[in-house]
Ligand binder design. Structure first.
Ligand code: PMP
Length: 376
C-alpha cells in the first residue's frame, strides 16, 4: 500500500513504488559492485549485464521475434521523428513515406519528416466528422484503415498508436499492416508501451519514449525489423544510425545508463505482475471504471469516439469550465496530482499508466463523484 499521492501525470509519469525503492536501496552500491549505476562504465561488465538483461526482459515481455533488433537510444520520441526518416527513407529510390495524422503527436512526426523526403498524408482526423448521427471534433476519432492512402513506392507508413493528448488509441495493427502491404508500419507507441500485448510482427518498427509507461525520461526504446536497418542517409548522425546502434548493442556511444537501469527494473516489475497480459487486464478494468463513470453523467464530458478511447490517457472536460480551478485544487488536496489537461485542449486528463493502481482510479472516481454532488 502506498502512502504517496496518486500521480496522473502524462509523463514523465508515476513509476512502480517498488522500483523506486529498489533504486534507492541500490543507489550507493549496485549489488556489491561498490558503485552507483550512475558511476559505472557503460562498457564494464556490470552495466553490460544490466543492459543485456533489460533487452532480454523486454524481448520476453513482448515476444519480440529474433529478426527484430532492440535498441536503447536517446533523443526521445521527438528525436525519432527525424531519426526514422533519416534511417528509412533511403530504403527505396522514391525517398517517400506516408503519415497517418490522428492527433498532436503524429502531426508533429509528419511535420518533422517533411524536412527529409517526399512525405505525404495517408489520412487525417484533424477535421470534425459525423459518425452514427453524432459529431466528433478533430482528433477524437481514427481514420478507418481502408481509407489510408499508402503509396507502393513509400519506404514506410507512420502512425501513432496512442495519442497522449487527444486520448485516441489504435490497436488495429494487423489490419493496417495488411492494408499497407509491402510498406512497413512505423508506430509511435510511446504512451501505451507495455500496457497490453503488441503484435510486433505486424510492424516494421515500434518506438517509445520510456517516460510514460516504461521508465524515466532519457531513453527511447526502438524495436526494428533487421532488414530495415542499414539504409541510413549520409546526413544521419552516426550516433542515430540504427546500424551502428544495433551493431554495438546500444553502446555505440555512451547510452543513458541510469535510465536504462530503471527501465530494466520496470521490465522486471511488469514480468513479476504477470507480464503484458496482466497489465492488459488491469488497464481494462481501470479504464472501464473511469469511462463508465464519465458516461453515466453530464457533469463531465469525454468526446473521443468509443471505439478508439485510450485506456492510458483519459481527457475530459467539466461541463461548467468555470469550475476547473476548484476541481484541480480540491483534487490536489485529496492527493490526486497532475490532472490538468494539455494546454492545447484544456480541461482535464487522467493518465492511468501501468503503475497507477486500480485504487488510484477508484480514488479519482470517488473524488469526481463527490465534486459533482457538491457543484452539480
Ligand atoms: N509521441 C507521443 C505519443 C508522446 O506522448 C510524446 C511525449 N508526450 C512524444 C511523442 C514526444 O516525446 P519526447 O518528449 O520524449 O520527445
Amino acid at each position: 500500500m502506498t502512502t504517496r499521492p496518486y500521480n496522473f501525470s502524462p509523463g514523465p509519469a508515476t513509476l512502480p513504488e517498488s522500483v523506486l525503492r529498489q533504486a534507492a536501496e541500490e543507489m550507493l552500491d549496485w549489488q556489491g559492485s561498490g558503485m552507483s549505476v550512475m558511476e559505472m562504465s557503460h562498457r564494464g561488465r556490470e552495466f553490460v549485464r544490466i543492459c543485456d538483461e533489460a533487452e532480454a526482459d523486454l524481448r520476453a515481455l513482448l515476444s519480440i521475434p529474433d529478426d527484430y533488433a532492440v535498441l536503447f537510444m536517446q533523443g526521445g520520441a521527438t528525436g525519432e521523428n527525424a531519426i526514422v526518416p533519416l534511417n528509412l527513407l533511403g530504403r527505396r529510390p522514391a525517398q517517400a513515406a506516408d503519415y497517418v495524422i490522428s492527433g498532436s503527436w503524429s502531426r508533429k512526426s509528419h511535420a518533422e519528416a517533411t524536412r527529409y523526403g517526399d512525405i505525404s498524408v495517408a489520412a487525417s482526423s484533424a477535421e470534425p466528422i459525423e459518425i452514427d448521427g453524432r459529431e466528433y471534433p478533430g482528433f477524437t476519432w481514427m481514420p478507418p484503415v481502408e481509407s489510408w492512402k499508402v503509396r507502393p513506392e513509400s519506404s514506410y507508413v507512420h502512425l501513432c498508436s496512442n495519442e497522449t493528448i487527444g486520448g485516441v488509441e489504435f490497436m488495429q495493427w494487423r489490419e493496417a499492416a495488411a492494408h499497407a502491404g509491402d510498406v512497413p508500419l512505423v508506430i509511435d507507441a510511446s504512451s501505451h508501451f507495455l500496457s497490453r500485448p503488441f503484435d510486433i510482427g505486424s510492424a516494421g518498427l515500434v518506438y517509445a519514449g520510456a517516460q510514460k509507461n516504461a521508465g524515466p525520461a532519457g531513453v527511447t526504446i526502438v524495436v526494428v525489423r533487421r532488414d530495415l536497418i542499414g539504409h541510413a542517409s549520409p546526413m544521419c548522425p552516426s550516433a542515430f544510425d540504427y546500424a551502428n546502434v544495433a551493431r554495438e548493442s546500444s553502446r555505440f556511444n555512451t547510452p543513458p545508463t541510469f535510465a536504462i537501469y530503471i527501465t530494466g527494473l520496470v521490465f522486471k516489475w511488469v514480468r513479476a505482475q504477470g507480464g503484458v497480459a496482466a497489465m492488459d487486464a488491469m488497464n481494462q478494468a481501470k479504464a472501464e471504471l473511469l469511462y463508465g463513470y464519465l458516461d453515466s453523467t453530464d457533469f463531465y464530458i469525454n468526446n473521443v469516439h468509443p471505439a478508439v478511447r485510450s485506456r492510458m490517457n483519459v481527457p475530459f472536460h467539466l461541463a461548467d469550465e468555470s469550475l476547473n480551478e476548484t476541481f484541480l485544487t480540491g483534487a490536489a488536496e485529496a492527493g490526486l496530482l497532475a490532472l490538468k489537461g494539455h494546454k492545447s485542449v484544456g480541461g482535464m486528463r487522467a493518465s492511468i499508466y501501468n503503475a497507477m493502481p486500480l485504487e488510484g482510479v477508484q480514488a479519482l472516481v470517488d473524488y469526481m463523484k463527490a465534486f459533482e454532488k457538491r457543484y452539480g
